[in-house]
Design a protein around this ligand. Structure first.
Ligand code: IVH
Length: 679
């Protein structure tokens, strides 16, 4: 922290903080990272302590939302901030101060994640969601009811016809964030800086031509102040943890379904232990958290602790290290990928973010670099949290020294030196997939695709160099003589390779399709496509609209897939000619996604964890997922209340514990093998 030297420096600091708070609360963008903002405000506060006569009316100190004002719908109960603690000692001090204030020990502390999104009030009248309001400045917020219906976890109707205001956090999961970025990229070539600002922008956007999905986690339920019904009285008297159980029972999502569910701790040591667990789980979470909220669980403790002007005294936020930091942009590397896409990558001065050291980050495309006005040597805001790929948000212009230099943009393909097709936002080598044929062939031969066991990378290179293949379909036309003619290739290895190629021709359509490396589709999407259409002919006959019938494919992705299939037509034709299987065993074309009742896992959501054993021992996770889907189930990677079955092998860890706490049925790999034996 730096304390302003004089009134002019103080006034400048206040202006900087006011601008940062305004940007943050308007659309979630940031001109300062959280740490820098906190330091700035602490500096301002220190100056004000020494110069009480000079305090400016705009000063952010002591104000909710740093004084930023947004919205005109009054809150029935103010939406407050939380005070912070920054470590175990401060946590213990805070807990002791609460106990002193209420004059007795606190034996029930609720410990839950601090979700890094936007606070929202969801008003339900007789069980129907009627209004959504942002936090705004805490006393009034903005009506964002237009977002109703786009927020996962916030149902339009509750289980019971109750009138209540639910509060919680609106955010984007890593998957939702990726989808939102892809949609925006397809629409205007820009992306969102981070999930938080994407959620903020999305929540307020009214006339976007595309819809992005959001997620809600509830953390409070408030009856309206004048409500004297039995439910209102109960909600006022129940411990917080039980209120949250009631909320979940109403069909609203709470953190109970996550790996960092709220718990009740009985001592400060237990609180600290849970803080440690949540912090440790953070890098794996599919959504951002920026701390842990510790609350008095009992209504009486909360009532006796009361409120300060900006925050409750019965709760505090244990802050975790920022997931957004400022570091230096050292270089930009340009790489051509498997499909010929040329993408820039930022090389950064290493920086610790969310439990890992970040040295590389995504930079999207050349236009994006230009739009952000990035230069080499710039201080840049870098974001990484949970599952999200590290990304450069923006340069911090006021930290420029004058030594920054322009970023060189390539004028030829960095891999082959041929021309660049720059007609789309995402640049591509004019040679397309042929540019990095080796990478495409390696991918196609990989274990989860055609699984051509004996085909080493050096062998692929040899075949390419000899001009015997240009793509992976050519492999199936190789003659014994051609293979034998290669250096270091004997009779035995030749026969092995030929046998492996024969085997590869019999793979199910899902793997053959995956081997094509269609942009925007991976293993699980390929399985969904194959199961939906049942044959390559049906896939190829589908237009963009028909492809959108597949779960998880929206209007942005479907035209890309259609265009990719057109581009890949000669390759697919060659595969057909070679006799490669083009159907999905056990599937007949689905017109509607109607789960077949006959299969053992129909309608079930199944998660696999730990090491497989018995008959399933040799199966990779991908193969387990294939098996689950063949048996009619849905394979998922995380345990939630919706999970029907957990297959838990040796060394199963947190997923098993989670499933136990949720009462999810758990089976051993052997039991599971029995269950799906007929498939
Ligand atoms: S309780 C009276 N619980 O943090 C304030 N807030 O800094 C009670 N937040 O505006 C808030 N996760 O947006 C609460 N589990 C949680 C939370 C949480 C995130 C946010 C919320 C609030 C901000 C305060």
């Amino acid at each position: 922290m730096t304390v302003p030297a004089d009134h002019a420096a103080y006034a400048e600091a206040v202006q900087l903080a006011v601008d940062a708070a305004a940007a943050y609360y308007a659309d979630g963008t940031s001109t300062l990272d959280d740490d820098a903002y906190d330091r700035l405000v602490r500096g301002i506060a220190a100056y004000e302590d020494d110069h009480p006569g000079e305090v400016l009316p705009d000063s952010p100190t002591g104000k909710v939302a740093g004084g930023a004002v947004v919205g005109d719908v009054p809150h029935l109960v103010p939406m407050l901030s939380l005070d912070n603690v920054f470590g175990p000692e401060q946590l213990a001090e805070w807990a002791a101060s609460v106990e002193r204030r209420i004059g007795r020990p606190v034996t029930e502390w609720s410990v839950e994640p601090k979700l890094d999104g936007l606070a929202i009030a969801a008003r339900y009248r007789r069980g129907r969601l009627v209004q959504l309001i942002t936090r705004g400045d805490g006393t009034a917020g903005e009506d964002v009811s237009h977002a109703i219906g786009t927020i996962v976890g916030l149902p339009a109707r509750l289980t019971d016809p109750v009138t209540v205001e639910l509060r919680g956090e609106v955010m984007m999961t890593a998957a939702q964030f990726e989808q939102a970025c892809a949609k925006r990229q397809a629409h205007d070539g820009t992306t969102f800086a981070n999930p938080r600002s994407a959620a903020a922008g999305t929540l307020r956007a009214q006339d976007r031509p595309y819809v992005c999905e959001l997620t809600f986690f509830g953390y409070a339920a408030l009856p309206t102040p004048d409500d004297t019904t039995e439910l209102a009285t109960r909600l006022r008297e129940l411990p917080h943890s039980q209120v949250m159980e009631w909320v979940a029972g109403q069909g609203v999502q709470t953190t109970a379904v996550t790996a960092v569910a709220g718990i009740v701790a009985h001592t400060v040591e237990e609180v600290q232990e849970r803080v440690g667990q949540i912090a440790a789980a953070r890098p794996e979470l599919p959504f951002g958290i920026d701390g842990i909220v510790v609350k008095c669980d009992l209504a009486a403790d909360q009532a006796d602790a009361g409120f300060s002007s900006r925050a409750p005294r019965w709760a505090t936020a244990y802050k975790l290290p920022a997931t957004e930091k400022i570091t230096k942009l050292l270089a930009v590397e340009w790489n051509t990928g498997r499909t010929g896409i040329i993408a820039p990558r930022a090389v950064l001065e290493p920086v610790e973010l969310d439990g890992s050291i970040v040295t590389y980050a995504t930079l999207h495309n050349a236009a994006d670099i230009a739009r952000r006005g990035l230069m080499l040597g710039d201080s840049v805001v870098v974001y990484k949290a949970g599952d999200v790929i590290p990304r450069v948000e923006a340069p911090v212009v006021h930290l420029r020294t004058g030594d920054e230099t322009p970023i060189a943009i390539p004028d030829v393909c960095p891999s082959c030196g041929d021309a660049i097709d720059a007609s789309q936002e995402r640049w591509r080598c004019v040679r397309g997939r042929a540019c990095r044929a080796i990478a495409s062939i390696q991918y196609a031969a990989g274990r989860d695709q055609l699984d051509i066991e004996t085909l080493a990378d050096t062998r692929i290179q040899q075949l390419l160099d000899a001009g015997l293949i240009t793509d992976f379909a050519d492999l199936f036309f190789l003659t014994r003589e051609q293979i034998l003619g290669l250096e270091r290739m004997g009779e035995v290895s030749t026969d092995k390779l030929l046998a492996a190629l024969e085997q590869a021709k019999t793979r199910p359509l899902s793997r053959v399709f995956c081997a094509l490396g269609v942009r925007g589709t991976g293993r699980s999407m390929s399985r969904r496509i194959a199961r939906h259409f049942a044959s390559m002919d049906a896939i190829r006959a589908a237009d963009a609209e028909a492809i959108q019938q597949v779960d998880g494919i929206g209007p942005e992705k479907s035209p890309v897939i259609v265009a990719e299939l057109a581009e890949l037509a000669p390759l697919i034709d060659k595969l057909v000619q070679a006799g490669v299987n083009m159907t999905e065993p056990g599937v007949t074309a689905a017109t509607e996604e109607e789960p077949s009742q006959a299969l053992p896992l129909s309608g079930m959501s199944v998660v696999v964890t730990g090491a497989m054993s018995g008959k399933l021992e040799s199966l990779s996770r991908n193969e387990m997922n294939e098996l689950i889907e063949r048996a009619g189930g849905k394979a998922s990677s995380s345990v939630s209340a919706k999970t029907s079955l957990l297959v838990a092998g040796e060394k199963a860890g947190s997923k098993r514990a989670k499933a136990e706490s949720l009462g999810v049925r758990i089976v051993s790999p052997e039991e599971f093998a029995e269950l799906v034996a007929g498939v």
